[in-house]
Design a protein around this ligand. Sequence first.
Ligand code: SAH
Ligand code: SF4
Ligand code: F3S
Length: 473
Amino acid sequence: MDTINEVKKQEVYIEKIKEINKGKTLKYHILTMGCQLNENDSEKLCGMLENMGYVKTDNFQEADINLFNTCCVRENAEDKLFGKLGELKRVKEEKGTIIAIGGCMMQEKHITDKIKESYPFVDVIFGTHTLYRFPEDLYKALVEKKKQEDILDIDGEIYENLPIKRDSDIKASVTIMNGCNNFCTYCIVPYVRGRERSREPKEIIKEVEELAKKGYKEITLLGQNVNSYLRVEKEKGKSFEEYQGVNSFATLLRAINKIEGIERIRFVSPHPKDFTDDVIEAIRDCDKVCKLIHLPLQSGNTKVLKEMNRRYTKEQYLNLVDKMKAQIPNLTLSTDIIVGFPGETEEEFEDTLDVVKKVKFEQVYMFIYSRRVGTPGDKMENQIPEEIKHKRFDRLKALVESQIEENNQKYVGTIQKVLVEGTSKNNEDMLTGRTDSNKVVIFEGDKKLINQIIDLKIVSEHMWYLKGILTHE
Ligand code: SAH
Ligand code: SF4
Ligand code: F3S
């Protein structure tokens, strides 16, 4: 596939729609569900729409285009989409708003079938592999007034140079790879995002350099398995061009660390099984790489991990944590945990609690196991009753919260480097920023401090944020 020409072709459709919209003030509303990869995709969709002349609105009722970028990693996302579609029906009838739905959920046939049957007023459906083609699909829906369904069930390609309208002027996400080859047995992502494929080193470096020129201070590198960046390419002998010494995730971190203007580098998500020594060394050596590392655990029990196809044991995970802590000064960790995977016994769940107690994570994202159609987990017979799943979730939550409180206490009295992001949502007179370890800090200060890294003394802790004061005026 000639991806460069495909993107150029889409630019022509953007221009055509811009011409149609000339002289009118048309608005779009976008609802994004799911992970940071989806948020980054939405920034690309916003870029396309704004280049067509549409202006963003937060009110879906006044929008000429209502766009959804969907997630299907857990069931609640589906309830949310169908609820919203119900509300939109009236807006469609009264105003004729165009309704377009894209993203991961659209790669599931049972979902698109349901939309066509129960919500026939939806105009455009597109998938993860056809996001770049949204301008063409929208154009056809607008001009030919025909419903568009544009979904491909393929391994996927990489499309560079799509338009982009970023959410922030300070922090930016950069997707370094798409897809996933791991097939954890609970997870739908490999089925809806296709096979793992990495962007060319040069394209990533170019994007980060441009962001630095624009004044961005923090970069988050995104992928489902970032520390296997370029692995598939090397294994399958697919050609890629080494650029500035980049031929792996570790060398990518080192190259980005050299880019002037960028002050913080984060990445999500690495996989414990691929956490090689060169990555640990790169994190240690690169001063800009934040020392909060997200290291998804999923379960603390070796048998459950095996059933999940995670390819590490409880001991291997704990050894990795020890090794990382020994080599990287001031390292903190965050994680993802699933409770109630099929067959998980009480004792096995307690292994998860045990790992949480031992590692003392800075942050834990907790999930109740959700059956996903088409995954091996869904076919397992020993599903855990909802009530037990919820009870385990509550026990884990209580433990995590008590640990977070204890951990927050450690910040009180310390001086932290904080990247100031803007005014606080709840109080216009206060500023908000984040520490290296991604903790929110609220403080009083001049707005000219926004987009700077400053020293703050932490004076109190409040579960989900810290309060700070300037160390000097
Ligand atoms: N690639 C990343 C995460 C992708 S999805 C990784 O491997 O860590 C984000 C998180 O959602 C996962 O880490 C997992 O904890 C959770 N998740 C995925 N599938 C799930 C399911 N079926 N039920 C509940 N949680 C799930
Ligand atoms: Fe899902 Fe596992 Fe891939 Fe993460 S690594 S996206 S959890 S299959
Ligand atoms: Fe959801 Fe797709 Fe991300 S399923 S978690 S939006 S990759």
